[in-house]
Design a protein around this ligand. Structure first.
Ligand SMILES: CC(C)(COP(=O)(O)OP(=O)(O)OC[C@H]1O[C@@H](n2cnc3c(N)ncnc32)[C@H](O)[C@@H]1OP(=O)(O)O)[C@@H](O)C(=O)NCCC(=O)NCCS
Length: 174
């Protein structure tokens, strides 16, 4: 594998061959990532590329969370109005490139965006909407569930919001 770099999605990127094993994520990337970014401005996608080949992507947007929700994670009593976060709404790696550090590389890129957000507008941490199969991946990177989980993991139809506080992000990048 040549050097893998992370850069913004370009209109000209060929996304048709991407397959991560999750049909919804593949469909999002192939059909909606471009229009969400270039036409609707609801979230930006960054791609990990090896030359012209797309190995993975991460989609982010700024979001909000309440101070009471993050109290357990930050150990700080933050005001109870909405606080700024960076949301990682989607992350996927092509099945041919999984388990080679690309997912981690994309998340580290998102962490640097969170620090930029912190410095320019404020940001208390990163929230991911974790699919049940990806919870162990996020857990190894330090993310913890934002809400108490209801029922067994296997019964969860909805993604689980998980949080990493900004001070831990700085540690993760060092
Ligand atoms: C989840 C996903 C993004 C991980 O990307 P990846 O490139 O395969 O992961 P990495 O190689 O960067 O792994 C980083 C670490 O997480 C661990 N890890 C990766 N996938 C894991 C899994 N499914 N379960 C447990 N640990 C996992 C790795 O062992 C690695 O740890 P290490 O650095 O100590 O060796 C990728 O497998 C994927 O796209 N899956 C399908 C779509 C999906 O579930 N996306 C997430 C939606 S929220």
């Amino acid at each position: 594998m040549a050097e893998v770099v992370v850069r913004p999605l370009a209109r000209s990127d060929d996304r048709s061959d991407f397959g991560c094993g999750d049909i919804e994520l593949d469909r999002f990337f192939q059909r909606y990532a471009g229009q969400n970014q270039f036409r609707h401005h609801i979230g930006n996608t960054y791609v990990a590329v090896d030359g012209a080949r797309i190995l993975g992507f991460v989609t982010v947007s700024p979001g909000e969370i309440t101070g009471a929700t993050v109290f357990e994670h930050t150990r700080k009593r933050l005001p109870d109005y909405p606080l700024p976060i960076l949301r990682v709404s989607r992350l996927a790696v092509d099945h041919r490139a999984q388990r080679r550090g690309i997912g981690k590389l994309l998340l580290r890129f998102a962490f640097r965006l969170a620090l930029e957000l912190r410095d320019r507008f404020g940001c208390v941490g990163v929230v991911v909407d974790a699919k049940v199969t990806a919870i162990p991946f996020y857990t190894t990177l330090g993310f913890r569930p934002l809400e108490a989980m209801q029922g067994a993991l296997g019964d969860r139809p909805e993604p689980l919001p998980m949080f990493l506080a900004i001070r831990r992000i700085i540690a993760a990048l060092e």
